[in-house]
Structures are given as C-alpha cells and as structure tokens.
Design a protein around this ligand. Structure first.
Ligand code: DX5
Ligand code: ZN
Length: 226
C-alpha cells in the first residue's frame, strides 16, 4: 500500500495580523491540514491562541473549490479536558494533547472522541511511548515532537527518528488506521529522513511561513517524499 503523505503547515510562524489570509494562502499552496499550536504559558513557556481564533479561522480552512481542510489542533496546555471540548465546538477536526499534561489521559481521549473529533497523543523528545500500551486502541493520531514544545524555528532533534520508528511499530501491531505525525524542525532537506523512519504527516512552521513562496516549499517537500 502506498502511503498518503500529509503536509500540515503550522500557523505559529504565520503573520498573526493576517491569519485568515495566511490560512487561505497556505491552502492554495497545497497544505493538507492546518496545524494550530495552542500554548498556555503554563505547560509551555509561551502563549498563543484559543478556541475563538480557531472558530474564526474555520471558514477560511477550505480549498478554492470549497473542500474543507482539516484543522489539526495541538494542545500544549494543562489541564486538557475543558479546552479540548471548546476546541471541538470551535471546529477542530483533530485534537492532540500531551499525556503528561492530563491527570486522566483516557478520560481526555474520551472527552475529545465524545465530540466526534479525532484524538491524538503527543510525545515530547524525552518522553517514552509507554502510555500507548493502554491507549492505542482509542486514538487516531500519534504526534512525535522533534523539538521541545513552545517555540517555532528550533533545530530537529535526531533521536526523534528512533521514536518515530518505534511508534510505527506500535501502529502496525495495532492494525489500526492511525496517523503518525512529526512536529518541529522539519525542512525540505530532512523530511525524507522523517518519512523513511515511518512518519506520514509532517508539521512545518518556519520552513514554510519563513519563505515568501509557500507553494515552492510545499512542492519541494512533496518532491522529496516521492
Ligand atoms: C512547537 C510547535 C510546532 C512549531 C513547529 O511547539 O508545536 O508546531 O510551530 O515550528 P517549526 O517547523 O518552525 O519547527
Ligand atoms: Zn505543533
């Protein structure tokens, strides 16, 4: 079976004064998902945007022909459940959270899924995947951090590749349809290595929004994946 790769630009590196336009431009440039980084100045040392911004951007998250583009919400917040529910109501299509940020991981997954939204778990660079033993049958996405969460524009941490390989083994053993996404420091020149390790979905913030030609970067990433 051939893998369907997805590129998920992170709007953390977009121009916040023109977020709606930026979402549209990056979708026109070929984005498959919109990655939406939520930071609370508590779980991570930075503060971004909440459910109201997600709701405001939702009508912009579609292609020129009107096909909806999924909003991939990455919660870097603690506690998780109340805001996860608000993001589901605000139009998120996937919601991922860090298991170490939730007192009751299984309950947080249930909270998200009860809203008919796909649920994901996110693993920091120094965190093991152990919790998957008890949650893999419930989740739709595994997100491996290849930087420490909190900021865009950091360098890729190589040990994440080994974790991606392990996560791929977990997914294969489960036999379930689970996306394997990687987040942090992904560029045109390392995306192939990340795919070779087993990832199928790639977050890229500064690599895309840091260049004037979004389509040029996304095309190069896709070319590297073929
Ligand atoms: C970091 C965020 C990332 C970030 C990636 O906490 O989760 O999504 O925007 O940015 P780049 O691609 O610049 O490393
Ligand atoms: Zn992210």
């Amino acid at each position: 079976m051939t893998t369907t790769y997805r590129i998920a630009p992170s709007i953390l590196s977009a121009d916040f004064a023109r977020l709606g336009e930026e979402v549209k431009s990056v979708i026109d440039a070929g984005a498959d998902w919109i990655h939406f980084d939520v930071m609370d100045n508590h779980y991570v040392p930075n503060l971004t945007f909440g459910p109201m911004i997600c709701q405001a951007l939702k009508p912009h998250a579609k292609t020129v022909s009107g096909v909806a583009v999924p909003i991939d919400v990455h919660l870097m917040i603690s506690p998780v459940d109340a805001l996860a529910a608000s993001f589901a109501d605000a139009g998120a299509d996937l919601i991922s959270f860090h298991p170490d940020a939730s007192a009751h991981v299984h309950r947080s997954i249930q909270t998200i899924k009860s809203k008919n939204v796909k649920a994901g778990l996110v693993f920091n660079p120094a965190e093991p995947l152990d919790v998957l033993e008890w949650t893999i049958d419930e989740i739709d996405l595994i997100l491996i951090m290849s930087v420490n969460p909190g900021f865009g524009g950091q360098g890729f941490i190589d040990s994440a590749l080994r974790k991606v390989e392990l996560a791929r083994q977990w997914i294969e053993r489960s036999g379930r349809d689970i996306r394997l996404e990687v987040d942090g420091g992904i560029k045109t020149d390392n995306i192939r290595r990340v795919a070779d390790a087993g990832a199928d979905t790639f977050v890229a913030g500064s690599a895309i929004f840091g260049k004037p030609d979004y389509k040029g970067v996304i095309d190069q990433m896709r070319k590297a994946l073929t």
